[in-house]
Design a protein around this ligand. Structure first.
Ligand SMILES: Cc1ncc(COP(=O)(O)O)c(C=O)c1O
Length: 421
Protein backbone atom coordinates (compact mmCIF):
# COMPACT_ATOMS: atom_id res chain seq x y z
CA UNK A 1 0.00 0.00 0.00
CA UNK A 2 1.41 3.40 -0.95
CA UNK A 3 1.91 5.61 2.05
CA UNK A 4 2.71 9.29 2.07
CA UNK A 5 4.86 10.77 4.76
CA UNK A 6 3.40 13.49 6.97
CA UNK A 7 6.87 15.05 6.88
CA UNK A 8 8.83 16.55 4.02
CA UNK A 9 11.40 13.77 4.24
CA UNK A 10 13.69 15.38 1.70
CA UNK A 11 13.93 18.44 3.93
CA UNK A 12 14.20 16.31 7.08
CA UNK A 13 17.05 14.19 5.75
CA UNK A 14 18.89 17.21 4.38
CA UNK A 15 19.15 18.51 7.94
CA UNK A 16 21.19 15.48 9.07
CA UNK A 17 24.52 15.45 7.18
CA UNK A 18 25.44 12.02 8.56
CA UNK A 19 22.59 10.40 6.64
CA UNK A 20 24.44 10.96 3.36
CA UNK A 21 27.05 8.30 3.92
CA UNK A 22 25.30 5.22 2.66
CA UNK A 23 24.30 3.73 6.00
CA UNK A 24 20.87 2.86 7.26
CA UNK A 25 20.90 4.02 10.85
CA UNK A 26 18.70 1.75 12.92
CA UNK A 27 20.55 2.23 16.20
CA UNK A 28 19.02 5.57 17.08
CA UNK A 29 18.15 4.51 20.62
CA UNK A 30 21.91 4.10 20.98
CA UNK A 31 22.51 7.53 19.44
CA UNK A 32 20.80 9.53 16.71
CA UNK A 33 22.41 11.49 13.92
CA UNK A 34 23.12 15.12 14.72
CA UNK A 35 21.36 18.07 13.12
CA UNK A 36 23.35 20.37 10.88
CA UNK A 37 21.89 23.27 12.87
CA UNK A 38 23.18 21.81 16.14
CA UNK A 39 26.69 21.47 14.66
CA UNK A 40 26.48 25.07 13.43
CA UNK A 41 25.61 26.30 16.92
CA UNK A 42 28.59 24.43 18.34
CA UNK A 43 30.85 25.99 15.72
CA UNK A 44 29.43 29.44 16.29
CA UNK A 45 30.05 29.21 20.00
CA UNK A 46 33.59 27.92 19.59
CA UNK A 47 34.57 30.42 16.95
CA UNK A 48 32.80 33.53 18.24
CA UNK A 49 32.29 33.14 21.99
CA UNK A 50 34.78 30.63 23.33
CA UNK A 51 35.62 32.24 26.66
CA UNK A 52 34.66 31.68 30.28
CA UNK A 53 31.36 33.21 31.34
CA UNK A 54 31.23 35.60 34.28
CA UNK A 55 33.74 38.12 32.94
CA UNK A 56 32.96 41.79 32.53
CA UNK A 57 34.22 41.92 28.94
CA UNK A 58 31.95 41.80 25.93
CA UNK A 59 32.83 38.32 24.66
CA UNK A 60 32.26 36.81 28.08
CA UNK A 61 28.88 38.52 28.27
CA UNK A 62 28.06 37.08 24.84
CA UNK A 63 29.05 33.59 26.02
CA UNK A 64 26.79 33.95 29.07
CA UNK A 65 23.96 35.14 26.82
CA UNK A 66 24.45 32.10 24.59
CA UNK A 67 24.23 29.78 27.59
CA UNK A 68 21.05 31.52 28.69
CA UNK A 69 19.69 31.18 25.17
CA UNK A 70 20.46 27.45 25.36
CA UNK A 71 18.62 27.11 28.65
CA UNK A 72 15.69 29.03 27.19
CA UNK A 73 15.61 26.74 24.16
CA UNK A 74 15.65 23.72 26.49
CA UNK A 75 12.86 25.32 28.51
CA UNK A 76 10.73 25.45 25.34
CA UNK A 77 11.75 21.91 24.41
CA UNK A 78 10.42 20.44 27.65
CA UNK A 79 7.87 23.17 28.50
CA UNK A 80 9.52 24.10 31.78
CA UNK A 81 8.33 27.28 33.47
CA UNK A 82 11.73 28.99 33.53
CA UNK A 83 15.20 28.50 32.04
CA UNK A 84 16.72 27.96 35.50
CA UNK A 85 14.84 24.67 35.76
CA UNK A 86 17.24 23.19 33.18
CA UNK A 87 20.47 21.51 34.32
CA UNK A 88 22.94 20.51 31.63
CA UNK A 89 25.29 17.56 32.08
CA UNK A 90 27.47 15.07 30.27
CA UNK A 91 24.98 12.25 30.07
CA UNK A 92 21.76 11.01 31.59
CA UNK A 93 23.80 8.62 33.70
CA UNK A 94 25.95 11.44 35.07
CA UNK A 95 22.94 13.68 35.71
CA UNK A 96 21.12 10.96 37.63
CA UNK A 97 24.23 10.14 39.64
CA UNK A 98 24.54 13.85 40.45
CA UNK A 99 20.88 14.05 41.41
CA UNK A 100 21.23 11.11 43.79
CA UNK A 101 24.30 12.76 45.34
CA UNK A 102 22.52 16.09 45.66
CA UNK A 103 19.78 14.37 47.67
CA UNK A 104 22.06 13.08 50.41
CA UNK A 105 21.04 15.57 53.05
CA UNK A 106 17.32 15.06 52.46
CA UNK A 107 17.46 11.27 52.81
CA UNK A 108 17.69 9.51 56.17
CA UNK A 109 18.31 5.86 56.94
CA UNK A 110 15.02 4.01 56.54
CA UNK A 111 13.75 6.32 53.80
CA UNK A 112 12.58 4.39 50.76
CA UNK A 113 13.16 4.79 47.03
CA UNK A 114 11.33 2.76 44.41
CA UNK A 115 12.89 1.86 41.07
CA UNK A 116 11.38 -0.26 38.31
CA UNK A 117 12.63 -3.49 36.84
CA UNK A 118 11.88 -2.00 33.40
CA UNK A 119 14.38 0.85 33.62
CA UNK A 120 17.75 1.31 32.00
CA UNK A 121 20.48 0.90 34.60
CA UNK A 122 21.03 4.69 34.61
CA UNK A 123 17.85 5.20 36.61
CA UNK A 124 18.47 2.27 38.97
CA UNK A 125 22.18 2.20 39.81
CA UNK A 126 22.45 5.68 41.37
CA UNK A 127 19.46 4.91 43.66
CA UNK A 128 20.71 1.41 44.41
CA UNK A 129 23.98 2.93 45.68
CA UNK A 130 22.10 5.00 48.24
CA UNK A 131 21.54 1.77 50.16
CA UNK A 132 25.08 2.35 51.48
CA UNK A 133 23.54 5.32 53.34
CA UNK A 134 20.73 3.25 54.81
CA UNK A 135 18.14 4.08 52.17
CA UNK A 136 15.85 1.15 51.37
CA UNK A 137 15.42 0.29 47.69
CA UNK A 138 12.29 -1.42 46.43
CA UNK A 139 11.64 -2.65 42.90
CA UNK A 140 8.38 -2.12 41.03
CA UNK A 141 7.92 -5.27 38.91
CA UNK A 142 6.65 -5.43 35.35
CA UNK A 143 3.45 -7.34 34.75
CA UNK A 144 4.79 -10.22 32.66
CA UNK A 145 1.46 -10.85 30.95
CA UNK A 146 0.64 -7.32 29.87
CA UNK A 147 4.27 -6.09 29.85
CA UNK A 148 3.08 -2.99 31.68
CA UNK A 149 4.05 -1.26 34.90
CA UNK A 150 0.79 -1.38 36.85
CA UNK A 151 -0.13 1.00 39.65
CA UNK A 152 -1.63 -2.01 41.40
CA UNK A 153 1.91 -3.37 41.72
CA UNK A 154 3.31 -0.03 42.84
CA UNK A 155 0.66 0.56 45.52
CA UNK A 156 1.85 -2.09 48.00
CA UNK A 157 5.44 -0.83 47.73
CA UNK A 158 4.55 2.72 48.78
CA UNK A 159 4.76 3.70 52.44
CA UNK A 160 4.99 6.89 54.45
CA UNK A 161 8.79 6.54 54.11
CA UNK A 162 8.69 6.53 50.26
CA UNK A 163 10.58 9.61 49.13
CA UNK A 164 11.05 8.98 45.42
CA UNK A 165 9.77 6.79 42.61
CA UNK A 166 12.17 6.43 39.66
CA UNK A 167 10.58 5.28 36.44
CA UNK A 168 11.22 5.30 32.74
CA UNK A 169 8.86 7.21 30.45
CA UNK A 170 9.50 4.64 27.74
CA UNK A 171 11.48 1.43 27.92
CA UNK A 172 14.45 1.31 25.54
CA UNK A 173 13.82 -2.42 25.22
CA UNK A 174 10.02 -2.79 25.14
CA UNK A 175 9.45 0.48 23.27
CA UNK A 176 6.24 1.15 25.14
CA UNK A 177 5.30 4.50 26.65
CA UNK A 178 4.31 4.55 30.30
CA UNK A 179 1.35 6.72 31.42
CA UNK A 180 3.59 9.15 33.23
CA UNK A 181 0.90 11.63 34.33
CA UNK A 182 -1.14 8.88 35.97
CA UNK A 183 1.99 7.60 37.68
CA UNK A 184 3.03 11.04 38.94
CA UNK A 185 -0.49 11.74 40.23
CA UNK A 186 -0.41 8.46 42.11
CA UNK A 187 3.07 9.09 43.53
CA UNK A 188 2.26 12.67 44.55
CA UNK A 189 -0.96 11.58 46.25
CA UNK A 190 1.22 9.40 48.48
CA UNK A 191 3.52 12.33 49.27
CA UNK A 192 6.52 11.15 47.23
CA UNK A 193 8.40 12.64 44.27
CA UNK A 194 8.98 11.20 40.82
CA UNK A 195 12.17 11.02 38.76
CA UNK A 196 11.69 10.08 35.12
CA UNK A 197 14.20 8.74 32.59
CA UNK A 198 12.92 10.07 29.26
CA UNK A 199 15.86 9.05 27.09
CA UNK A 200 13.80 6.63 24.99
CA UNK A 201 10.81 8.98 24.85
CA UNK A 202 12.14 12.45 24.01
CA UNK A 203 13.23 11.72 20.40
CA UNK A 204 9.69 10.58 19.57
CA UNK A 205 7.10 12.65 21.44
CA UNK A 206 6.76 16.19 22.73
CA UNK A 207 8.00 16.48 26.29
CA UNK A 208 5.73 18.57 28.51
CA UNK A 209 7.00 18.49 32.07
CA UNK A 210 4.13 20.66 33.28
CA UNK A 211 1.47 18.43 31.73
CA UNK A 212 3.27 15.34 33.08
CA UNK A 213 3.69 17.02 36.50
CA UNK A 214 7.07 15.36 36.98
CA UNK A 215 9.61 16.44 39.59
CA UNK A 216 12.84 15.44 37.83
CA UNK A 217 13.01 14.52 34.16
CA UNK A 218 16.18 13.57 32.31
CA UNK A 219 17.19 12.73 28.75
CA UNK A 220 20.19 12.64 26.44
CA UNK A 221 20.59 15.17 23.65
CA UNK A 222 22.72 12.78 21.64
CA UNK A 223 19.67 10.60 21.09
CA UNK A 224 17.49 13.65 20.41
CA UNK A 225 19.35 14.95 17.35
CA UNK A 226 22.08 16.78 19.23
CA UNK A 227 25.66 16.09 20.37
CA UNK A 228 26.84 13.83 23.20
CA UNK A 229 25.24 15.77 26.01
CA UNK A 230 22.16 15.62 28.26
CA UNK A 231 19.75 17.71 30.27
CA UNK A 232 17.71 17.43 33.40
CA UNK A 233 14.56 19.36 34.26
CA UNK A 234 13.71 19.83 37.91
CA UNK A 235 10.89 21.78 39.55
CA UNK A 236 12.48 24.99 40.77
CA UNK A 237 11.51 24.64 44.43
CA UNK A 238 12.92 21.10 44.45
CA UNK A 239 16.17 22.19 42.82
CA UNK A 240 16.54 24.77 45.59
CA UNK A 241 16.36 21.96 48.17
CA UNK A 242 19.14 19.90 46.54
CA UNK A 243 22.65 19.89 47.99
CA UNK A 244 25.18 22.00 46.08
CA UNK A 245 27.65 19.94 44.05
CA UNK A 246 29.94 22.87 43.24
CA UNK A 247 32.31 24.95 45.43
CA UNK A 248 31.22 25.82 48.97
CA UNK A 249 30.38 29.40 47.96
CA UNK A 250 27.78 28.12 45.48
CA UNK A 251 25.01 28.05 48.05
CA UNK A 252 21.69 26.25 47.96
CA UNK A 253 20.01 29.16 46.17
CA UNK A 254 22.47 29.06 43.23
CA UNK A 255 20.21 27.20 40.83
CA UNK A 256 21.16 25.89 38.31
CA UNK A 257 24.91 26.62 38.79
CA UNK A 258 25.26 24.63 42.05
CA UNK A 259 24.21 21.49 40.12
CA UNK A 260 26.62 22.03 37.22
CA UNK A 261 30.02 21.63 38.88
CA UNK A 262 32.77 23.15 36.76
CA UNK A 263 30.10 24.73 34.54
CA UNK A 264 28.25 23.07 31.70
CA UNK A 265 29.93 22.49 28.36
CA UNK A 266 28.88 25.76 26.77
CA UNK A 267 29.11 24.80 23.13
CA UNK A 268 27.22 21.53 23.55
CA UNK A 269 24.56 23.26 25.62
CA UNK A 270 24.28 25.91 22.89
CA UNK A 271 23.51 23.19 20.34
CA UNK A 272 20.08 22.84 21.98
CA UNK A 273 19.10 26.01 20.10
CA UNK A 274 19.74 24.14 16.84
CA UNK A 275 17.45 21.29 17.91
CA UNK A 276 14.66 23.70 18.77
CA UNK A 277 15.13 25.66 15.52
CA UNK A 278 14.66 22.42 13.61
CA UNK A 279 11.52 21.42 15.50
CA UNK A 280 10.11 24.91 14.99
CA UNK A 281 10.76 24.58 11.24
CA UNK A 282 8.98 21.20 11.17
CA UNK A 283 6.07 22.70 13.10
CA UNK A 284 5.81 25.55 10.60
CA UNK A 285 5.91 23.07 7.73
CA UNK A 286 2.99 21.30 9.40
CA UNK A 287 1.04 24.58 9.23
CA UNK A 288 1.45 25.75 12.82
CA UNK A 289 1.73 29.53 13.14
CA UNK A 290 1.54 29.93 16.92
CA UNK A 291 4.19 30.05 19.64
CA UNK A 292 7.53 28.22 19.67
CA UNK A 293 5.99 25.68 21.99
CA UNK A 294 2.98 25.13 19.71
CA UNK A 295 5.34 24.61 16.78
CA UNK A 296 7.37 22.06 18.75
CA UNK A 297 4.18 20.18 19.57
CA UNK A 298 3.06 20.27 15.93
CA UNK A 299 6.48 18.97 14.89
CA UNK A 300 6.18 16.01 17.23
CA UNK A 301 2.67 15.22 15.98
CA UNK A 302 4.09 14.91 12.47
CA UNK A 303 7.09 12.97 13.78
CA UNK A 304 4.74 10.55 15.55
CA UNK A 305 2.72 10.01 12.41
CA UNK A 306 5.81 9.27 10.37
CA UNK A 307 7.17 6.97 13.05
CA UNK A 308 3.88 5.09 13.31
CA UNK A 309 4.26 4.14 9.65
CA UNK A 310 7.75 2.82 10.28
CA UNK A 311 6.64 0.93 13.37
CA UNK A 312 3.75 -0.71 11.56
CA UNK A 313 5.91 -1.67 8.57
CA UNK A 314 8.47 -3.43 10.74
CA UNK A 315 6.02 -4.96 13.22
CA UNK A 316 3.87 -6.38 10.44
CA UNK A 317 6.94 -8.05 8.91
CA UNK A 318 8.01 -9.48 12.26
CA UNK A 319 4.47 -10.64 13.03
CA UNK A 320 4.37 -12.44 9.69
CA UNK A 321 7.34 -14.64 10.57
CA UNK A 322 6.59 -17.67 12.65
CA UNK A 323 10.16 -17.88 13.95
CA UNK A 324 10.22 -14.42 15.51
CA UNK A 325 9.53 -13.34 19.06
CA UNK A 326 8.74 -9.65 19.27
CA UNK A 327 9.82 -8.31 22.65
CA UNK A 328 7.08 -6.01 23.87
CA UNK A 329 3.74 -5.35 22.24
CA UNK A 330 3.42 -6.66 18.72
CA UNK A 331 0.86 -3.98 17.83
CA UNK A 332 1.18 -0.23 18.18
CA UNK A 333 -2.19 0.38 19.81
CA UNK A 334 -3.03 4.07 20.35
CA UNK A 335 0.48 5.01 19.18
CA UNK A 336 1.83 3.95 22.57
CA UNK A 337 4.82 2.23 21.00
CA UNK A 338 7.81 4.10 19.66
CA UNK A 339 9.81 2.60 16.77
CA UNK A 340 12.30 0.99 19.17
CA UNK A 341 11.67 -2.66 18.47
CA UNK A 342 13.54 -5.61 19.97
CA UNK A 343 13.07 -9.18 18.77
CA UNK A 344 14.60 -12.64 18.61
CA UNK A 345 14.57 -15.45 16.10
CA UNK A 346 14.14 -19.05 17.23
CA UNK A 347 17.46 -20.83 17.50
CA UNK A 348 19.43 -17.91 16.08
CA UNK A 349 22.10 -15.94 17.83
CA UNK A 350 21.30 -12.22 17.95
CA UNK A 351 24.98 -11.25 17.80
CA UNK A 352 25.53 -13.24 14.59
CA UNK A 353 22.47 -11.77 12.91
CA UNK A 354 23.38 -8.26 13.97
CA UNK A 355 26.96 -8.59 12.71
CA UNK A 356 25.67 -9.92 9.40
CA UNK A 357 23.84 -6.61 9.05
CA UNK A 358 27.13 -4.70 9.40
CA UNK A 359 28.15 -5.72 5.88
CA UNK A 360 24.72 -4.62 4.61
CA UNK A 361 25.55 -1.17 6.03
CA UNK A 362 22.59 -1.46 8.36
CA UNK A 363 23.57 -0.17 11.78
CA UNK A 364 21.68 -1.86 14.58
CA UNK A 365 22.44 -3.42 17.95
CA UNK A 366 22.14 -6.62 19.93
CA UNK A 367 22.30 -7.47 23.62
CA UNK A 368 20.35 -6.10 26.57
CA UNK A 369 20.85 -2.37 25.85
CA UNK A 370 21.84 -1.78 29.49
CA UNK A 371 18.33 -2.68 30.62
CA UNK A 372 19.99 -5.76 32.01
CA UNK A 373 17.69 -6.34 34.95
CA UNK A 374 14.68 -6.32 32.62
CA UNK A 375 16.37 -8.65 30.13
CA UNK A 376 17.20 -11.05 32.95
CA UNK A 377 13.69 -10.75 34.43
CA UNK A 378 12.17 -11.63 31.06
CA UNK A 379 14.72 -14.40 30.40
CA UNK A 380 16.11 -12.74 27.27
CA UNK A 381 19.85 -12.83 27.87
CA UNK A 382 20.88 -16.07 26.18
CA UNK A 383 21.88 -16.44 22.52
CA UNK A 384 23.29 -12.91 22.33
CA UNK A 385 20.16 -11.37 23.85
CA UNK A 386 17.94 -9.41 21.49
CA UNK A 387 18.25 -7.68 18.17
CA UNK A 388 17.01 -4.12 18.25
CA UNK A 389 15.97 -1.85 15.41
CA UNK A 390 15.48 1.65 16.76
CA UNK A 391 14.20 4.16 14.25
CA UNK A 392 13.40 7.84 14.33
CA UNK A 393 11.43 10.09 12.01
CA UNK A 394 14.24 10.51 9.46
CA UNK A 395 14.19 6.82 8.69
CA UNK A 396 12.15 5.71 5.70
CA UNK A 397 9.88 2.87 4.71
CA UNK A 398 12.44 2.02 2.02
CA UNK A 399 15.04 1.52 4.72
CA UNK A 400 12.69 -0.82 6.60
CA UNK A 401 12.17 -2.78 3.38
CA UNK A 402 15.92 -2.91 2.76
CA UNK A 403 16.36 -4.31 6.25
CA UNK A 404 13.64 -6.95 5.98
CA UNK A 405 14.90 -8.04 2.55
CA UNK A 406 18.42 -8.40 3.95
CA UNK A 407 17.08 -10.25 6.97
CA UNK A 408 15.11 -12.67 4.80
CA UNK A 409 18.27 -13.37 2.83
CA UNK A 410 20.49 -13.78 5.89
CA UNK A 411 18.00 -16.02 7.67
CA UNK A 412 17.79 -18.29 4.65
CA UNK A 413 21.54 -18.69 4.03
CA UNK A 414 23.73 -21.31 5.72
CA UNK A 415 25.58 -18.64 7.73
CA UNK A 416 22.26 -17.21 8.80
CA UNK A 417 21.13 -20.63 9.82
CA UNK A 418 23.95 -20.93 12.34
CA UNK A 419 22.50 -22.28 15.53
CA UNK A 420 22.30 -20.12 18.60
CA UNK A 421 25.57 -20.28 20.46
C1 LIG B 1 16.44 4.53 28.39
C2 LIG B 1 17.84 5.00 28.60
N1 LIG B 1 18.14 5.62 29.75
C3 LIG B 1 19.38 6.07 30.00
C4 LIG B 1 20.39 5.91 29.09
C5 LIG B 1 21.75 6.43 29.41
O1 LIG B 1 21.99 7.61 28.75
P1 LIG B 1 23.44 8.25 28.77
O2 LIG B 1 24.26 7.47 27.80
O3 LIG B 1 23.22 9.67 28.35
O4 LIG B 1 23.96 8.14 30.15
C6 LIG B 1 20.13 5.27 27.89
C7 LIG B 1 21.22 5.04 26.91
O5 LIG B 1 21.16 4.15 26.10
C8 LIG B 1 18.83 4.80 27.64
O6 LIG B 1 18.51 4.19 26.50
Amino acid sequence: MATTSPLNLEYVRSQFPGLDRGWTFFDNAGGSQILKGAVERINTFLIEKNVQIGGSYEVSQAAAAALYEARTAAMHLVNASRPEEIIFGNSTTALLQNLARAMHSQLSPGDEIIVTIADHESNIGPWDRLQERGVILKTWPLNKDSLTLDLADLAPLMSERTRLVCVTHCSNLLGSINPIRAISDFVHAKGAKICVDAVAFAPHRAVDVQAFDVDYYVFSLYKTYGPHYALMYGKHDLLLELDPLYHYFYGRDKVPAKLEPGNPNYELAFSTCGIVDYLVALGEQAGETGSVRQKIEAAYRAITEQENQLTERLLSYLRSRNDCQIVGHSFNRDAQRVPTIAFRFDGRNAADLCKAMDSEKIAMRFGDFHSRRLAEYLGLTDHGGMLRVSMVHYNTLEEVDRFTTALDRILSTPEGLAQAS
